[in-house]
Design a protein around this ligand. Structure first.
Ligand code: CMC
Length: 431
């Protein structure tokens, strides 16, 4: 079978450049432009990566136009309905769903690696008392290689596996530690009798002087949110992890770089920003004013939790989590709280508004996850930390895939230089 190609004609010289097409198993194939510069002396230019694939990957598939998200070929709908966070984590790391024994072994490993090195626990107390939990998390995760250097040989597959397991297992303990430190309460040790999310809830909300019962509604809701947030292929934070990892930095440092990238309000910080916007709007009567501001091009205000770079019709995760959001509000008795009424009214109005319809700005996953977190009593500044716990699985899976790939090279984007041409240095007294 002849290979498909694309031919580009350089109109300056008339030279034809034939570029191979590399076939995808689903979704758009790509034009391999690896030799483009050599052939034409030109770089390609695509800020924001609107048309550029940065790598090949077998982990997650997204079809933004049709609202499709699959992990390892399984639809997000089927995983959300039938699977659980740890099983999905196994799938992400291994490419296949586990058999019963494999699942039990994996759960056991993750459960039994949740404790932190005791010196690392002390590290939390060195942060300023009102530090943002994301700032603490970036710092603590970045420091992990100092505590676990026995799993930082990136050329050793077993080291890579141990580092992956450690990251997934310890993230809830770190997240809860960030929270506990910020409210001046003692850090709570993990409890191996609890589920992944039950343990997280206990480490966040229990105190040593009282009994704590995990609320099954909260436990289930968090498990679902975590499944939905596990991975989203080459988003900003995952691309950051890959780029950092391409220099062969240790995995803990790479995940810390991903956490930093996730923090921004256009990415993982959006769930926190959703609540800030809702609080700013304050009352249902103010919605029209804020919708008008969101449409005003001279105003930088955006309705956080609406819109997505990839999903231009709807976000499949938002569809799943919307149902859970309504269920949680109902079950926990928050349905008629003013803030939630405001959010649901905003959702209703924006879905009918011409501006939002025309630009395909639908509520995204963060709109609803922010509301669920709020209903569960999780403070706003912890929302992105919660996202980071789940996304660690995706980051680790992508990092492992990249490092294990044959012929892996350092990522080194090119640029279009638009600065001054060469000029002579003028000494300071003559400027
Ligand atoms: N409120 C008001 N207008 C908006 C919004 C919004 N939230 N989002 C996009 N627009 C408008 C934008 O002004 C532009 O209008 P026009 O065509 O008239 O100039 C048009 O919609 C396209 O926007 P864009 O910025 O070119 O779209 P993008 O694909 O580059 O950005 C986005 C996607 C998610 C960054 C953006 O929609 C946004 O800032 N949303 C709010 C932040 C948010 O909720 N982020 C979480 C995304 S989901 C979590 C994740 O996967 O990381």
């Amino acid at each position: 079978m002849s290979k498909e190609t694309v031919t580009i004609i350089d109109n300056r010289t008339g030279k034809e450049v034939e570029l191979p097409i590399v076939q995808a198993t689903q979704g758009p194939s790509v034009v391999d432009i690896g030799k483009f510069y050599q052939e034409t002396g030109l770089f390609t230019y695509d800020p924001g990566f609107l048309s550029t694939a940065s790598c090949d990957s077998a982990i997650t598939f997204i079809d933004g136009d049709n609202g499709i998200l699959q992990y390892g070929g399984y639809s997000i709908e089927s995983l959300a309905e039938q699977s659980n966070f740890l099983e999905v984590s196994y799938l992400m790391l291994n490419g296949e769903l586990p058999e019963k024994e494999q699942q039990e072994k994996f759960s056991d490993i993750i459960t039994h690696h949740s404790m932190l090195n005791e010196s690392l626990r002390n590290f939390f107390h060195s942060f300023y008392h009102d530090a943002h939990p994301m700032a603490i998390m970036v710092g603590v995760v970045g420091s992990l290689s100092a505590f676990y250097h026995d799993s930082t040989d990136i050329n050793n597959p077993r080291h890579r596996e141990i580092a992956a397991h450690r990251m997934i297992a310890k993230m809830p303990t770190i997240a809860a530690g960030c929270y506990k430190h910020s409210i001046g309460e003692p850090l709570v040790y993990p409890d191996n009798n609890l589920s992944y999310t039950g343990n997280l809830l206990k480490m966040m909300f229990s105190v040593p002087c009282e009994e704590y019962q995990v609320d099954p509604v909260a436990e289930k809701a968090l498990d679902l949110i975590f499944i939905l947030h596990v991975d989203h292929e080459q988003n900003a934070s995952t691309s950051t992890v890959r780029l950092a990892g391409s220099s062969r930095a240790n995995p803990f440092a790479c995940i810390a770089s991903g956490i930093a990238a996730l923090w921004g309000p256009a990415h993982g910080g959006a769930n926190e920003a959703v609540l800030s916007v809702l609080e700013e709007i304050g009352d249902v009567s103010q919605i029209p004013k804020y919708i008008a501001r969101a449409k005003d091009k001279t105003d930088s205000f955006r309705l956080m939790g609406f819109g997505h770079r990839v999903y231009k019709n709807y976000d499949p995760r938002a569809k799943i989590i919307r149902t859970m959001c309504h269920e949680v509000l109902e079950k926990l008795g928050h349905r008629h709280d003013p803030l939630f009424e405001l959010a649901l009214r905003l959702e209703e109005i924006a879905l009918k508004d011409e501006y939002f319809i025309k630009r395909k700005l639908y509520p995204n996953v963060d709109f609803y996850s922010g509301l669920i977190y709020k209903a569960l009593g999780i403070p706003t500044n912890m929302f992105t930390v919660m996202f980071a716990i789940a996304r660690t699985v995706g980051w680790v899976a992508h990092w492992t895939e990249m490092i294990s790939a044959e012929g892996q090279r350092i990522g080194r984007p090119r640029q279009l230089y638009v600065g001054p041409k060469q000029r002579d240095y003028i000494s300071i007294d003559k400027r």
